[in-house]
Design a protein around this ligand. Sequence first.
Ligand SMILES: [Fe+2]
Ligand SMILES: [Fe+2]
Length: 172
Amino acid sequence: MVHLTSRLTKQLADQEIMMQTQSDIKHNNAISLLEADHQAVSVLFKKYEKTTDSADKKELVSKICSELSIHAQVEEEIFYPQFKIALGDTELIAEAIVEHSTLKDLIAQVEGKEPDGEMFDAKIKVMSEYVQHHVKEEEGEMFPKAKKSKMDLEKIGTEISARKTELKKTKK
Ligand SMILES: [Fe+2]
Ligand SMILES: [Fe+2]
Protein backbone atom coordinates (compact mmCIF):
# COMPACT_ATOMS: atom_id res chain seq x y z
CA MET A 1 0.00 0.00 0.00
CA VAL A 2 2.88 2.34 -0.84
CA HIS A 3 0.61 4.53 -2.96
CA LEU A 4 -1.95 5.11 -0.16
CA THR A 5 0.75 5.84 2.36
CA SER A 6 2.41 8.43 0.15
CA ARG A 7 -0.96 10.10 -0.50
CA LEU A 8 -1.52 10.26 3.25
CA THR A 9 1.97 11.66 3.76
CA LYS A 10 1.15 14.40 1.24
CA GLN A 11 -2.16 15.16 3.02
CA LEU A 12 -0.39 15.40 6.37
CA ALA A 13 2.25 17.73 4.91
CA ASP A 14 -0.47 19.95 3.41
CA GLN A 15 -2.24 20.07 6.77
CA GLU A 16 1.03 21.11 8.43
CA ILE A 17 1.46 24.02 5.97
CA MET A 18 -2.16 25.10 6.50
CA MET A 19 -1.79 25.09 10.30
CA GLN A 20 1.45 27.06 10.05
CA THR A 21 -0.20 29.66 7.81
CA GLN A 22 -3.15 29.97 10.19
CA SER A 23 -0.86 30.49 13.17
CA ASP A 24 1.11 33.15 11.25
CA ILE A 25 -2.11 35.05 10.57
CA LYS A 26 -2.96 35.03 14.27
CA HIS A 27 0.38 36.65 15.15
CA ASN A 28 1.61 33.81 17.35
CA ASN A 29 -0.88 34.37 20.13
CA ALA A 30 -0.24 31.53 22.62
CA ILE A 31 -3.89 30.54 22.93
CA SER A 32 -4.41 30.50 19.13
CA LEU A 33 -1.31 28.34 18.71
CA LEU A 34 -2.34 25.82 21.37
CA GLU A 35 -5.92 25.68 20.05
CA ALA A 36 -4.60 25.13 16.50
CA ASP A 37 -2.62 22.13 17.83
CA HIS A 38 -5.77 20.75 19.50
CA GLN A 39 -7.65 21.11 16.22
CA ALA A 40 -4.88 19.44 14.20
CA VAL A 41 -4.80 16.42 16.51
CA SER A 42 -8.57 16.11 16.46
CA VAL A 43 -8.44 15.97 12.63
CA LEU A 44 -5.80 13.22 12.82
CA PHE A 45 -7.93 11.14 15.23
CA LYS A 46 -10.93 11.50 12.86
CA LYS A 47 -8.74 10.35 9.95
CA TYR A 48 -7.67 7.32 12.00
CA GLU A 49 -11.30 6.32 12.60
CA LYS A 50 -11.92 6.21 8.83
CA THR A 51 -8.69 4.36 8.03
CA THR A 52 -8.55 0.62 7.50
CA ASP A 53 -5.08 0.28 5.91
CA SER A 54 -2.57 -0.74 8.52
CA ALA A 55 0.40 1.23 7.08
CA ASP A 56 -1.75 4.38 7.00
CA LYS A 57 -2.86 3.73 10.59
CA LYS A 58 0.75 3.40 11.67
CA GLU A 59 1.70 6.66 9.97
CA LEU A 60 -1.25 8.50 11.54
CA VAL A 61 -0.44 7.16 15.01
CA SER A 62 3.17 8.21 14.64
CA LYS A 63 2.04 11.74 13.70
CA ILE A 64 -0.54 11.86 16.55
CA CYS A 65 2.05 10.75 19.12
CA SER A 66 4.68 13.23 17.99
CA GLU A 67 2.19 16.13 17.82
CA LEU A 68 0.82 15.31 21.29
CA SER A 69 4.27 14.88 22.85
CA ILE A 70 5.58 18.18 21.50
CA HIS A 71 2.37 20.00 22.45
CA ALA A 72 2.44 18.64 26.01
CA GLN A 73 6.11 19.53 26.33
CA VAL A 74 5.69 23.19 25.28
CA GLU A 75 2.70 23.53 27.59
CA GLU A 76 4.67 22.10 30.51
CA GLU A 77 7.83 24.08 29.78
CA ILE A 78 6.33 27.43 28.77
CA PHE A 79 2.57 27.95 29.09
CA TYR A 80 1.72 26.13 32.33
CA PRO A 81 4.47 27.69 34.53
CA GLN A 82 3.59 31.20 33.35
CA PHE A 83 -0.14 30.57 33.88
CA LYS A 84 0.56 29.25 37.38
CA ILE A 85 2.50 32.38 38.33
CA ALA A 86 0.15 34.89 36.67
CA LEU A 87 -3.02 33.34 38.13
CA GLY A 88 -1.59 32.02 41.41
CA ASP A 89 -3.12 28.70 40.31
CA THR A 90 -2.95 25.74 42.67
CA GLU A 91 -5.38 23.41 40.93
CA LEU A 92 -5.78 23.55 37.13
CA ILE A 93 -2.10 23.16 36.24
CA ALA A 94 -1.47 20.31 38.67
CA GLU A 95 -4.50 18.48 37.27
CA ALA A 96 -3.37 19.12 33.67
CA ILE A 97 0.11 17.74 34.40
CA VAL A 98 -1.39 14.57 35.89
CA GLU A 99 -3.51 14.21 32.74
CA HIS A 100 -0.45 14.69 30.52
CA SER A 101 1.25 11.92 32.44
CA THR A 102 -1.63 9.50 31.77
CA LEU A 103 -1.53 10.54 28.14
CA LYS A 104 2.20 9.79 27.95
CA ASP A 105 1.48 6.27 29.26
CA LEU A 106 -1.09 5.78 26.49
CA ILE A 107 1.39 7.13 23.89
CA ALA A 108 4.04 4.66 25.09
CA GLN A 109 1.59 1.79 24.55
CA VAL A 110 1.03 2.57 20.85
CA GLU A 111 4.04 4.51 19.55
CA GLY A 112 6.04 2.46 17.03
CA LYS A 113 3.77 -0.58 17.55
CA GLU A 114 1.99 -2.46 14.78
CA PRO A 115 -1.73 -1.59 14.48
CA ASP A 116 -2.67 -5.24 14.90
CA GLY A 117 -6.36 -5.36 15.63
CA GLU A 118 -9.11 -4.38 18.00
CA MET A 119 -6.95 -3.80 21.09
CA PHE A 120 -4.81 -1.31 19.18
CA ASP A 121 -7.88 0.51 17.81
CA ALA A 122 -9.34 0.57 21.34
CA LYS A 123 -6.20 2.23 22.68
CA ILE A 124 -6.40 4.95 20.01
CA LYS A 125 -10.10 5.44 20.78
CA VAL A 126 -9.42 5.82 24.51
CA MET A 127 -6.53 8.19 23.75
CA SER A 128 -8.78 10.29 21.51
CA GLU A 129 -11.52 10.53 24.18
CA TYR A 130 -8.96 11.35 26.84
CA VAL A 131 -7.45 14.13 24.71
CA GLN A 132 -10.96 15.52 24.09
CA HIS A 133 -11.60 15.66 27.83
CA HIS A 134 -8.26 17.36 28.50
CA VAL A 135 -8.74 19.88 25.66
CA LYS A 136 -12.24 20.73 26.96
CA GLU A 137 -10.76 21.67 30.33
CA GLU A 138 -7.98 23.76 28.78
CA GLU A 139 -10.22 25.57 26.32
CA GLY A 140 -13.18 25.83 28.68
CA GLU A 141 -11.44 26.78 31.93
CA MET A 142 -7.74 27.49 31.62
CA PHE A 143 -7.58 29.55 28.41
CA PRO A 144 -10.46 31.94 29.28
CA LYS A 145 -8.67 32.69 32.58
CA ALA A 146 -5.38 33.25 30.73
CA LYS A 147 -7.08 35.67 28.31
CA LYS A 148 -8.41 37.75 31.21
CA SER A 149 -5.06 37.75 33.01
CA LYS A 150 -1.98 39.90 32.58
CA MET A 151 -0.12 37.12 30.75
CA ASP A 152 1.74 38.39 27.68
CA LEU A 153 0.14 35.93 25.27
CA GLU A 154 1.97 37.27 22.19
CA LYS A 155 5.37 36.88 23.84
CA ILE A 156 4.50 33.42 25.18
CA GLY A 157 3.22 32.50 21.70
CA THR A 158 6.55 33.44 20.16
CA GLU A 159 8.37 31.32 22.77
CA ILE A 160 6.04 28.37 22.07
CA SER A 161 6.56 28.67 18.30
CA ALA A 162 10.33 28.73 18.60
CA ARG A 163 10.40 25.77 20.98
CA LYS A 164 8.06 23.74 18.77
CA THR A 165 10.30 24.30 15.74
CA GLU A 166 13.31 23.18 17.78
CA LEU A 167 11.54 20.05 19.09
CA LYS A 168 10.23 19.09 15.65
CA LYS A 169 13.81 19.12 14.34
CA THR A 170 15.16 16.90 17.11
CA LYS A 171 12.22 14.47 17.24
CA LYS A 172 12.18 13.70 13.52
FE1 LIG B 1 -2.43 20.03 27.91
FE1 LIG C 1 -3.29 21.59 25.15
